[in-house]
Design a protein around this ligand. Structure first.
Ligand SMILES: [Zn+2]
Length: 306
């Protein structure tokens, strides 16, 4: 048995329940998903100049002085889009617009932020360019400490140091955030990589070496959803991995202690950008359940924003 939030149709505001997953696509994914309905993200090697479609890096066309520039290693690279406009010119305008309309119009607020931060949230999201939590959930500067990694995974305490648990330590122990929100998403290339890899990982692959942190989610998914299509299994695993990450958060003693005392809450989220919906649920901490390690997870306040 594995665990997942209930489907959209069974969600109700502020409901409180425990549940386990039944191996039926309709109960796992709802009725909207069809096999092959969505495209998957593919990871590209950044050393390849084709890594960013639409982007080319061109040297200055001026031949005069080019040799000298090369020799002095000061060749100025101009990043252009295919239509020739300068991406950084666009970026400059965005920054100046932010400065004019956000920063200067809220000067006192930003000056206070310059003295320190007191975010209420730690958000753990995927590095995918389509799922920026600040964009989809509206976090403003100072509201959320954030770490983004491939497939929004939280490694267990025993896996050792990583940038993700460094962010956990700082935000929980120093900033004393009140909420941790792990956000999964549809069409996640990291989860697809996790589901695609062999049992024996390729240790030369940084991607595999990282996504293997989600191996429990993969195991539960394969056990519970083996009869589904591969795309549907990936969809299942996208949510399963969020719940596994919530359980992994509790392997950090200083997190479990705060959750147990009720001064820190742990939430899961799932952003589906195919139909633009967002599910949110909150871990209902039960020590007995965790000790049993039976794959069950209790959640409460499961809601769907659509
Ligand atoms: Zn992702």
């Amino acid at each position: 048995m594995a665990i997942l939030p209930p489907t959209s149709s069974s969600l109700s505001k502020d409901s409180s329940y425990s549940f386990s997953l039944h191996i039926q696509s309709s109960t796992i994914f709802g009725s909207k998903l069809k096999s092959g309905e969505f495209q998957q993200t593919r990871f590209r090697l950044f050393s390849n100049s084709n890594s960013y479609p639409g982007l080319t890096i061109k040297a200055s066309r001026e031949s005069l002085g080019l040799t000298q520039e090369l020799k002095s290693n000061k060749l100025e690279r101009v990043v252009e889009t295919e239509d020739g406009s300068d991406l950084f010119e666009d970026m400059k305008h965005r920054f100046l617009s932010f400065k004019k309309h956000k920063y200067l119009e809220n000067l006192e607020h930003y000056q206070n932020l310059a003295k320190g931060q007191a975010p209420k949230f730690l958000v753990i999201g995927c590095a995918d360019s389509r799922v920026c939590p600040s964009t989809i959930l509206g976090f403003q500067p100072g509201e959320a400490f954030m770490v983004r990694n491939i497939a929004n995974l939280v490694p267990p305490f025993e896996s050792g140091p990583s940038e993700t648990n460094a962010a956990l330590e700082f935000s929980v122990n120093s900033l004393e955030v009140k909420n941790i929100l792990v956000v999964g998403h549809s069409c996640c290339g990291g989860i697809r990589a996790l589901m695609s890899m062999n049992d024996e990982i390729d240790k030369s692959s940084f991607i595999q070496s990282w996504v293997v942190n989600g191996k429990d989610a993969r195991l539960w998914t394969k056990a519970a959803a083996s009869k589904l299509s591969f795309d549907q299994q990936c969809k299942h695993c996208e949510k399963e991995s969020v719940n596994r990450s919530l359980l992994n958060l509790l392997t950090y003693p200083w997190i479990e202690e705060k959750v147990k005392k009720g001064i820190l809450s742990v939430h899961g989220g799932y952003y589906d950008f195919v139909d633009c919906t967002f599910e949110k649920w909150t871990l209902d901490y039960k020590e007995d359940n965790l000790k049993e390690k039976n794959g069950r997870i209790s959640v409460k306040s499961h809601i769907l924003w659509s």
